[in-house]
Design a protein around this ligand. Structure first.
Ligand code: NAD
Ligand code: GDC
Length: 340
């Protein structure tokens, strides 16, 4: 169990999940949070002066050793990643994130924190198990025999195994949640790295604000996913970190929806109906993906449960605030919140 004074390293703290995790620990009274990201601090999605904020490139071995000093728990959320539009076009960039986790593991092996978490992904699952919209939810063992998402998914699968072997060979206590598509406020919603929930919110808001009542949807809209709200992601990550579960564990919602249904929900929130245009040559990834939560329920007695409607309402409102009439331009990069 982490104490309030144990030093916690959050790698990727300038990003979506990392920023929320820093906020979460600070709000619980933790006093020694080291927040690290490659981006300049004024580009972090959330930044808190109470934290020990450092701008470092964690692909560099020396930087990993420097930030690891005195640390009790490590949450590695740093990766060069994004939604389907990004990972399909940047396979090398995604795979090079292997340097971040490898160097952090080496530093952890030598500096001996109590725990080390690597943020894996549902993209590790084998393609052949995800060919239908009414997909059977993915169990942890469905990652093998392996045929992960090209580039990004293979890096995640390899890094999972690195964690396992650092545990077996060096006694480092590693934990590995496999996040299924996470969404919420203070995340990426434009610029090319955004995932479907934020992208659809942005497109609906753009249609509402511009009066041009149509929307472009990638694929035929009948592909399926499950989406996990950020609060469930934070709670589950903490629970997995504190648990004895050393194997990779699904951390995702099991509320399966089509992308068309996702658009329906956002339209309802916006109070608008849009003409749908389907871009069938856009990147779509697997045809269907859902999280089987039997194991997390069995081992932790808990699973994500926040409904998509509830989470999207909050996400939509936040994106609207970034883009709405009070902001002068639509389509630029927003989302930076520097806490005072
Ligand atoms: P994000 O892109 O918002 O945050 C990642 C952060 O890592 C960024 O701020 C980025 O600047 C930083 N980073 C990248 N390269 C770095 C480097 N060399 N050194 C230091 N920092 C670096 O992504 P996120 O949504 O917060 O995801 C966090 C983690 O969870 C990632 O590992 C991601 O692969 C994983 N994950 C996320 C989702 C999701 O839906 N958000 C799903 C599955 C897995
Ligand atoms: O980008 P994503 O959320 O990633 O896309 C989900 C589905 O929504 C895809 O079929 C995509 O084509 C469709 N889609 C429709 N319109 C749009 O405007 C749009 N933008 C986007 N981005 N998608 C649209 C993700 C990875 C993550 C992470 C998670 C783990 O894959 O990109 O990096 O690891 O998986 O679950 P998705 O769910 O395919």
């Amino acid at each position: 169990m982490t104490t309030k004074t144990q030093a916690i390293l959050i790698a990727g703290a300038g990003g979506f999940i990392g920023g929320h995790l820093v906020k979460h620990f600070l709000s619980e009274g933790h006093s020694a949070i080291r927040a690290v990201d490659i981006k300049p601090i004024d580009e972090w999605y959330q930044a808190f002066p109470e934290a020990d904020n450092r701008v470092r490139d964690l692909t560099e071995r020396n930087a990993c050793y420097e930030v690891m000093e005195g640390i009790g728990q490590v949450y590695n959320l740093a990766a060069d990643m994004g939604g389907m539009g990004f990972i399909e076009a940047h396979k090398c960039d995604c795979m090079l994130s292997v340097l971040i986790n490898t160097h952090l593991l080496m530093a952890a092996r030598d500096c001996r924190p109590d725990r080390f978490m690597f943020s894996s992904s549902a993209c590790v699952y084998a393609a052949e198990k995800q060919v239908s919209p009414d997909v059977t939810a993915l169990r942890e063992e469905d990652a093998y025999p392996a045929m992960a998402e090209d580039g990004y998914g293979w890096e995640k699968l390899f890094s999972e195994r690195m964690c396992r072997h650092f545990m077996e060979d060096y006694g480092l206590e590693t934990r590995v949640p496999r996040f299924h598509n996470v969404y919420g406020p203070n995340g990426t919603f434009d610029g090319g790295r955004e995932k479907a929930p934020a992208a659809i919110c942005r497109k609906v808001i753009q249609a509402k604000l511009s009066g041009k009542h149509e929307i472009e949807i990638w694929g035929d809209g009948e592909q399926t996913r499950s989406f996990m709200y950020i609060d469930d992601c934070l709670k589950g990550s903490r629970m997995i970190m504190e648990s004895d579960v050393r194997e990779p564990l699904n951390l995702g919602s099991d509320e399966l929806v089509t992308i068309n249904r996702l658009v329906d929900i956002v339209e309802d929130i916006a109070g608008i109906k849009l003409k749908r245009k389907y871009k069938t040559d856009a990147p779509t990834g697997v045809r269907g993906r859902n999280s089987d939560n039997a194991r997390i329920k069995q081992l932790l007695g808990w699973a994500p449960s926040i409904s998509l409607e509830w989470g999207l309402e909050r996400t939509y409102r936040w994106i609207y605030d970034q883009m709405g009439p009070s902001r002068s331009m639509i389509g630029q990069s927003y989302g930076i919140e520097v806490a005072q």
